[in-house]
Each structure stands twice: as C-alpha cells, then as structure tokens.
Design a protein around this ligand. Structure first.
Ligand code: C2E
Ligand code: CA
Ligand code: CA
Ligand code: CA
Length: 279
C-alpha cells in the first residue's frame, strides 16, 4: 500500500488495495474457470397464470470452481464486468443457452420453452454483441423468436451506443425484456425510445402485495402500462400462493418466482413442461 500520510489515510488505502487485489485474483480465477469449463446454466421457469404452465425459462449462470462451493452471479458478474471478461463469459452463456433452447425445440417443437438470457451493461456497449447473438442463433439453428434478451434500464442509459445496440438486437427479431422494471430512474421515458417486448416487474413491487392498497395500485399500474403499450408483463420474485392469486386478479398473465419453481438444471425442465408447476 502506498503511504498517504495519516493513519486513517493509510488504512483506507490498504483496504482499497486489498479489495483491488481480491478483484484481480477473482478475475484471474474467473478467466481460468472459463477455460476449464467451470460455469453452468440453471433455468428458472416463467409461468403463465393461472394454471402455472411453463411458457419460458430464464438462464441463470453459476460458477463451480474445482474443489470449492458454488459461487452466485451476484458475486462474480460485477468482477467479470469490471475486468471485461463478461464479453467472453457472455458469449459462452449465449452459446450454452441457445444450445439448450435448440434441444427443447427439437424435443417439444413450439411448446418448448423460449429462453430468456441476461445481458449485462458492459455487453450492451460492445458493438459486436448483435453479431455474436446472430451467430449463436445460426449455429444452433434457432429462429430469433425463440430467445429473449434481458437488459436493465441502467444499462440502456449507460451510454448512447447502448440504445443503438438494443435497436440492432430488436431488428434481429429476438425478444427484449426490461429487467428489474421500475427500479431505474427513467422507466417511462425509456419505454418510448427503447424497443422492448416485455417488462419484468421487479420483485420489490411484488413483495408486499398483501400489504397496502398503494402496493396493489402500483403493481396494477405497471401491468396496465405494459398491456397499454402492447408489452408482456412478468411479475418477478413470486414466493407465495396469495401473491400469485393477487397478481392474476391485477391482470398479470406471466410470473416467475420460487413459489412456482427455483432455478434448476436444463435436464429437469422437461418434467415441468409435462406437469405444470401448479397442477
Ligand atoms: P435477475 O436477472 O433479476 O435474476 C433473478 C434473480 O432472482 C435470480 O438470482 C433468481 O434465482 C432470483 N429469484 C427468482 N425467484 C425468486 C424468488 O421468488 N425469491 C427470491 N428471493 N429470489 C428469486 P440469481 O440467479 O442469483 O441471479 C442474480 C442476478 O445475477 C440476476 O438477477 C442477474 O442480474 C445476474 N445474472 C444471473 N445470471 C446471469 C447471466 O447469465 N448473465 C448476466 N449478465 N447476469 C446474470
Ligand atoms: Ca433477469
Ligand atoms: Ca430481475
Ligand atoms: Ca405438479
């Protein structure tokens, strides 16, 4: 650590250095992990209400370092973003998710689940992203309507180029979902300029549904905004039967959450298609 004067300054600096070093080590381990094939995708069903029929799945990445416990994306995605490694990891995720989507389409035809794939802010700033997506679709013989790319409001606002990339993605014909909808700053403005097909209403608006009338008014307005604009609304983070019933009553047709199903390996999805989660 560089000595910066007083004790407080020095401690502060070394704490920062420790964090930076931790990040550098983690980034190196991530890079190795990518080479060694230590990443896996889980899939969480997105269901149609009220029956709970699986209509799609969201791909959620996990890291299984050799000899260690599974690491959640909340821990390594920020490091992957910061180090730029998200570009290679993101390409791996796109390829793996398209491979699974192709298997589901082969086995179940149009009833096979469509696949939602998360794309991070850093990826949206990559001018090669639309080409990378088109390539993955082509290699797996998928039509673009089989996948939906999930982006966040914050990412679209990060820079002018991001919005242009989003438009190119939409021109490819893939679905576009605005993730964590309502938690960004300019949600409604963004809807006029960003060509999304789906709003994923953030869990924070779903959590207290059986609380106050205000909570219900907000959840209900968000689904109204979506349907008025011809978009799908998906309620995120549904954990109870009460919430699922309220959401259906408030006009939600799609939902996702632990109440219906947790994220599972691809091999467990077929059973959920034959046996709807709420049946
Ligand atoms: P997200 O895209 O908003 O994904 C939803 C997260 O909420 C997932 O956590 C999911 O397991 C969790 N979840 C789903 N239903 C419930 C519920 O009923 N209750 C609660 N408490 N949680 C629920 P996960 O898999 O840990 O992912 C966390 C975040 O990491 C994701 O949030 C996303 O921002 C990021 N992420 C995950 N996979 C990827 C990926 O492949 N690429 C990128 N760029 N980011 C990813
Ligand atoms: Ca998501
Ligand atoms: Ca979300
Ligand atoms: Ca069942």
């Amino acid at each position: 650590a560089k000595y910066t004067g007083g004790d407080r300054g020095r401690e502060h600096t070394s704490a920062l250095d420790a964090t930076a070093q931790h990040h550098a080590e983690l980034a190196a381990a991530l890079r190795r992990g990518l080479e060694l094939g230590e990443f896996r995708l889980l899939y969480q069903p997105i269901v149609e209400l009220p029956a709970g029929t699986v209509s799609g799945v969201e791909a959620l990445v996990r890291w299984h370092p050799t000899g260690g416990p599974v690491i959640s994306p909340a821990e390594f995605i920020p490091v992957a973003e910061h180090s730029g490694l998200i570009l290679d990891l993101g390409a791996w995720i796109m390829d793996a998710a398209c491979a699974d989507a192709a298997l589901w389409q082969r086995d179940h035809g149009s009833a096979g689940p469509r696949v939602n794939i998360n794309v991070s802010a850093r990826q949206l700033l990559d001018p090669d992203l639309p080409g990378m997506v088109a390539d993955a679709l082509h290699r797996h013989g998928l039509t673009p309507d089989r996948i939906t790319i999930e982006i966040t409001e914050t990412a679209v606002f990060a820079g002018g180029a991001a919005l242009e990339t989003v438009r190119e993605l939409r021109e490819l014909g893939v679905g576009l979902a605005l993730d964590d909808f309502g938690t960004g700053h300019s949600s409604l403005t963004l809807l006029r300029t960003c060509p999304v097909t789906t709003l994923k209403v953030d869990k924070s608006f779903i959590d207290d549904l059986n609380g106050t009338a205000e909570q219900e008014a907000i959840a209900s307005s968000l689904s109204t905004i979506a349907s008025t604009m011809g978009l799908r609304a998906v309620a995120e983070g549904v954990e109870t039967r009460d919430q699922a019933e309220r959401l259906h009553a408030l006009g939600y047709r799609y939902a996702q959450g632990f109440y219906f199903a947790r994220p599972v390996p691809a091999s467990e999805i077929a059973a959920l298609l034959d046996d709807p989660v709420l049946a």
